[in-house]
Design a protein around this ligand. Structure first.
Ligand SMILES: Cc1cc2nc3c(=O)[nH]c(=O)nc-3n(C[C@H](O)[C@H](O)[C@H](O)COP(=O)(O)OP(=O)(O)OC[C@H]3O[C@@H](n4cnc5c(N)ncnc54)[C@H](O)[C@@H]3O)c2cc1C
Length: 491
């Protein structure tokens, strides 16, 4: 095992003190276990000696969850094993280490199971599988395929109060709020309302549920993920990706509606507003020019089995476009695989362009950071929610852009404050956006989780009584609050 001391961390290991939220922390020790047994052994030693530890995957998280605030960091990057465990009717079951990245898993499948894929696509393919499970990652395909939770068949976890535990889906259940582990039995934990939409605000808990689901999306606060059995499903043979441009958002939303109503549903529907497109323009050397100024765009992807289906899809698209004020002439359709890949990259270019802009502002104003929403609302309330978001943004006067998973009514509103005064305005605006989502039966986090930077918002979203219920479950698994201290809620 590689062990790095505090001085060395402050020297060559500084990146391990932050994540993509750009929140930065400190740690006394940083460990890189090289075998699963080493991971269990170090966790056992840390918890027996009452030392706190923060788990870390690839640090692509945007909520500061893996950023240590003191204590030890345990990084999973050396635990990258991938092997086929079984082939079943439902798909190919992989046994996978927590540090393996999504890109590595995709490359492994290309070589060893090209007919299969993990449909979860958080666009950031350096993300680790452990981090993805801890945050119940979803992304652009969740609209039709759901988040990673759906694909977890088994987990090996290390729990401070119980040590190592293997959990297979459907084999250990929480009944009437009571959790049983070995001979230990909890008292009955009370539940709370969990909006029935894409949601990652706090742990997923119901009084009757599969125990495995409690660990998925819990942001590592109940246990450390040592290994996962991941179901990869059959990949449809063909893919059509296209990007349709519209003169205004109203038309883009009309197109969204026709896609939703169409009998041939796409697997992804992503939106980019005018400001997102203009931010991404810097990278346009990789892509054709936009068809006109001030465009709004919808990127959509169809996965299909038979080559002959393409004609029906095109016919449906032409009708939908002309019914909603768009046109096939104002739509990018790739001519080959390389162009398809460039389109995919486009999805990633926008958040990266935002991060670059913020990094430039930070050179003069180091305390400034991006303020971004991850709110989602029920799909039938998307338009009223957008109207409220617009109102708050225009009152703020801040530079901003809106993009993301519009198929799930889940948009990332990114605000780019230029100084401390604007940062405070951005935070107030985010509160208003979250309040809108709450009032509409939505969530303050559709996918990124709470980590350290959104716990204040979680506390006001749920109130102290519900947070106390979450804390009670945490106490059962981690009575001394040693695991991921400072994440999700204060102990
Ligand atoms: C440009 C960009 C786009 C993104 N788009 C999306 C998107 O579309 N959808 C989406 O869902 N996410 C998205 N993300 C967020 C991020 O990629 C995901 O949250 C990802 O799942 C985090 O994985 P990671 O390995 O980087 O985890 P980290 O950032 O290292 O950690 C995240 C959390 O998981 C915990 N954790 C990590 N490993 C373990 C473990 N083995 N056991 C227990 N806890 C652990 C950490 O303690 C932390 O709380 C995006 C990020 C970026 C930068």
């Amino acid at each position: 095992m590689i062990a790095v001391s505090h001085n060395e961390i402050r020297g060559s290991y500084l990146p391990y003190l932050s994540d993509e939220s750009k929140l930065s922390g400190d740690a006394e020790m940083l460990y890189f276990p090289e075998h699963p047994e080493e991971l269990s052994a170090i966790l056992c030693e840390l918890f027996l000696t009452d030392k706190t530890a923060t788990m870390q995957g690839s640090r692509t998280g945007v909520a500061g969850g893996c950023v240590p605030f003191g204590g030890t960091v345990v990084n999973m990057e050396k635990l990258r094993s991938i092997e086929i465990n079984a082939k079943t009717e439902s798909g190919l079951l992989l046994k996978i280490g927590p540090g393996a990245s999504l890109a590595e898993m995709t490359a492994y499948l290309k070589k060893n199971g090209a007919d299969y894929f993990l449909p979860v696509n958080p666009t950031e393919d350096t993300a680790s599988i452990g981090g993805m499970i801890a945050t119940n990652a979803s992304g652009s395909r969740s609209f039709s395929y759901g988040p990673i939770r759906k694909y977890i068949r088994g987990l090996k976890v290390y729990i401070p109060a119980f040590g190592e535990l293997s959990i297979r889906r459907s084999e250990m259940n929480i009944k009437k709020g009571v959790i049983r582990i070995g001979s230990r039995r909890s008292h009955a934990f009370e539940s709370w309302d969990f909006p029935d939409i894409k949601n990652n605000a706090g742990p997923y808990y119901k009084t009757d549920m599969d125990l495995i689901d409690l660990f998925i999306g819990s942001e590592g606060i109940f246990g450390t993920l040592l290994e996962a059995d991941l179901l990869c499903v059959r990949r449809p043979r063909h893919e059509l990706i296209l990007m349709a441009f519209f003169h205004n958002r109203h038309d883009a939303l009309n197109f969204l509606e026709t896609l939703r109503r169409s009998p041939r549903m796409p697997s992804e529907i992503e939106y980019f507003d005018e400001n997102s497109l203009s931010l991404a323009r810097e990278d346009l050397d990789k892509l054709p020019a936009y068809p006109f100024e001030g465009a709004h765009a919808i990127m959509t992807v169809f996965l299909y089995e038979k080559e002959t289906e393409i004609e029906n899809i095109y016919e449906m698209l032409e009708k939908s476009l002309s019914a909603s004020g768009g046109s096939i002439d104002d739509t990018w359709t790739p001519g080959n695989e390389t162009e398809s890949t460039r389109f995919r990259i486009f999805r990633h270019i926008v958040p990266e362009a935002v991060n670059r802009r913020i990094a430039a502002i930070k050179t003069d104003e180091p305390a400034v950071h991006k303020v971004a929403s991850d709110t989602a609302v029920p799909v039938n309330l998307l338009v009223p929610a957008l109207n409220e978001y617009d109102k708050a943004l225009s009152e703020s006067g801040l530079e901003h852009c809106i993009f993301g998973h519009i198929g799930d009514a889940h948009l990332h509103i990114n605000m780019l404050p230029r100084n401390i005064k604007e940062l405070e305005t951005a935070k107030d605006t985010l509160r208003k956006i979250m309040q809108t989502a709450k009032e509409m039966g939505g969530t303050i986090s559709g996918e990124h989780g709470i980590g350290k930077i959104k716990k204040e918002y979680l506390a006001s979203f749920y109130g102290s009584e519900i947070i106390a219920r979450m804390r009670a479950i945490k106490h059962f698994f981690d009575p001394h609050a040693l695991l991921n201290p400072g994440d999700v809620f204060d102990r």
